[in-house]
Write a protein that binds this ligand. Structure first.
Ligand code: FAD
Ligand code: NAI
Length: 467
């Protein structure tokens, strides 16, 4: 076993494992260290994958309960929560093992342990058995990800007061679930437990759900979720929580201050964001600069202020998304190998995997207004899409924003069935600098949901035909 590498990657999530694999492909010797015991980081172990497994299963459960009868299917449906959780665990296990396989295939050494940079070019790894292994490398890539942002005064026990990690492994369906934060995690995991039978109340500090998403979409999203039975208390903050008779008494008050009230619940999910994680990494000892939010500061080539140390993924600036981490990993590995790695930050799609899904890419209307950009809008509702009708999923719409003068697509928001998959077409179009007319004049199969994207693109020039 060599103890000297071209690159040692610290963190085995989408940022870390993809960097290591790409380095291996490019012929560099690489090791990837992760403390978790199974590779894949937050994403594969306690993030994207387990949440999507439960979103899928709970959506099928809900569909069987509510939609099957409308389709002429009679079924008696019963929840087997342990089996649902076991399926989730199985998928996670298969995918994390898959990363180990990819390491072997690309000659990457995967090391289970906690890394601490002791000097430029040197890292000490505390292994699972407590022993240490000293490694040297020409370059380090920090890909240590992020952790749950704490709610002041509230201690997460992962049983009654849970973060996303606990909410992915509850052993029974809470009668009443209180979600703090109407962001991506709150609405995805709130949806899981709502579909499985919980009464879900969401307390959000700001005056809207999913801040940052196109306002029109955000309002439509809240309306649809309210129709599904979610209760929202916006512009509200949690100020305390008390454990009481097997339940919780949560004190809330208006965000701007005012009269307190108490919400009783069985489980409280804290989902108010995530923060960069670099604890114990030795960054202060080697002098790597962090910003005010604890994120590793890098230049456009992912270089920190210390030569030979790079950072990618959630631990640096930008959206905390697995595919953003992956793209940065590839670019960083290519730059280290002397190639021209690059990430186009104008075209990073983002998806909320609720039902319906919400997907966005590029600029939203508020951002274009603020920048003084003149734009045109094309919109198309799923109520007018034939395929959406056949699958009984007509809530939502596609909204495309294009430059008023050049017609170049500047952004898109989709709320509707399969919005995440539909968005790939728009992202690709934007990557190629397409105009809305390019999308509108591309032949789209009938009957598909993609036709809604085409009709919205036609709408930019005012010739939507199917409405
Ligand atoms: P991480 O995946 O966090 O990996 C970092 C790894 O480094 C961790 O395994 C950590 O244990 C390890 N580590 C830290 N310090 C050390 C050290 N000193 N030594 C060794 N190892 C160390 N994103 C999406 O794009 N789509 C989704 O659907 C999605 N769903 C999500 C659902 C949930 C519930 C959560 C919490 C997140 C979700 N995300 C999703 C976000 C996504 O998981 C992150 O953006 C992504 O994992 C970031 O990748 P990363 O490699 O930067 O960090
Ligand atoms: P988030 O940033 O999406 O949402 C947090 C919400 O909590 C915001 O609406 C915020 O205004 C609110 N908030 C903050 N402080 C509050 C307080 N004290 N009281 C009440 N509300 C408060 O963060 P979230 O949902 O925790 O997710 C973390 C990150 O994980 C996201 O940034 C996202 O990038 C990533 N993620 C991505 C997913 C996806 O791509 N589908 C799924 C899940 C997570």
């Amino acid at each position: 076993m060599a103890d000297s590498f071209d690159v040692v990657v610290i963190g085995g999530g989408p940022g870390g494992y993809n960097a290591a694999i790409r380095l291996g492909q490019l012929g560099l010797t690489a090791a990837c260290i992760d403390s978790r015991g199974s590779f894949g980081g937050t994403c594969l172990n306690v993030g994207c994958i387990p949440s999507k497994a439960l979103l899928h299963a709970s959506e099928r459960f809900h569909e069987a309960q509510t939609d099957f009868a409308k389709l002429g299917i009679k079924a008696k449906v019963e929840l087997d929560l342990p089996a649902m959780m076991a399926q989730k665990t199985k998928v996670v296990g298969e995918l994390t093992k898959g990363v180990e396989f990819l390491f072997k295939k690309n000659k990457v050494e995967g090391i289970v342990g906690t890394g601490c940079i002791t000097a430029p070019g040197k890292i000490s790894v505390t292994l699972a058995d407590g022993k240490t292994r000293e490694l040297t490398a020409k370059h380090f890539i920090i890909a240590t990800g992020s952790d749950v942002a704490p709610l002041p005064g509230v201690t997460v026990d992962e049983k009654q007061i849970v973060s996303s990690t606990g909410a992915l492994s509850l052993t029974s369906v809470p009668k009443k679930l209180l979600v703090v934060g109407a962001g991506v995690i709150g609405l995805e995991l709130g949806s899981v437990w709502k579909r499985l039978g919980s009464e879900v109340t969401v307390v959000e500090f700001l005056d809207r759900v999913t801040p940052g998403i196109d306002l029109e979409v955000s309002k439509a999203f809240q309306r649809i979720l309210t129709k599904q039975g979610f209760t929202f208390q916006l512009s509200t903050k949690v100020t305390g929580v008390e454990k009481k008779n097997n339940g919780l008494a949560v004190t809330v008050e208006p965000a701007a201050g005012g009269e307190k009230s108490v919400i009783e619940c069985d489980v409280m999910l804290v989902a108010i964001g995530r923060i960069a994680y670099t604890a114990g990494l030795g960054l202060d000892a080697v002098g790597v600069t962090l910003d005010k939010r604890g994120r590793v500061v890098t230049d456009h080539h992912y270089r920190t202020n210390v030569p030979g140390i790079y950072a990618v993924g959630d631990c640096r600036e930008g959206p905390m998304l697995a595919h953003k981490a992956e793209d940065e990993a590839v670019a960083c590995a290519e730059l280290i190998a002397g190639k021209a790695g690059h990430v186009n930050y104008d075209v990073i799609p983002s998806v909320v995997y609720t039902f319906p899904e919400v997907a966005t890419v590029g600029k939203n209307e508020e951002e274009l207004k603020a920048a003084g950009t003149l734009y045109k809008i094309g919109k198309f509702p799923f109520t007018a899409n034939a395929r959406a009708k056949t699958i009984m999923a007509t809530d939502g719409f596609v909204k495309i924003l294009a430059d008023a003068k050049t017609d170049k697509v500047l952004g898109c928001a989709i709320i509707g069935p399969e919005a995440g998959n539909l968005m790939a077409e728009v992202a690709l179009a934007m990557e190629f600098g397409a105009s809305s007319e390019d999308i509108a004049r591309t032949c789209h199969s009938h009957p598909t949901l993609t036709e809604a994207v085409r009709q919205a693109a036609m709408g930019v020039e005012g010739w939507t035909m199917q409405m």
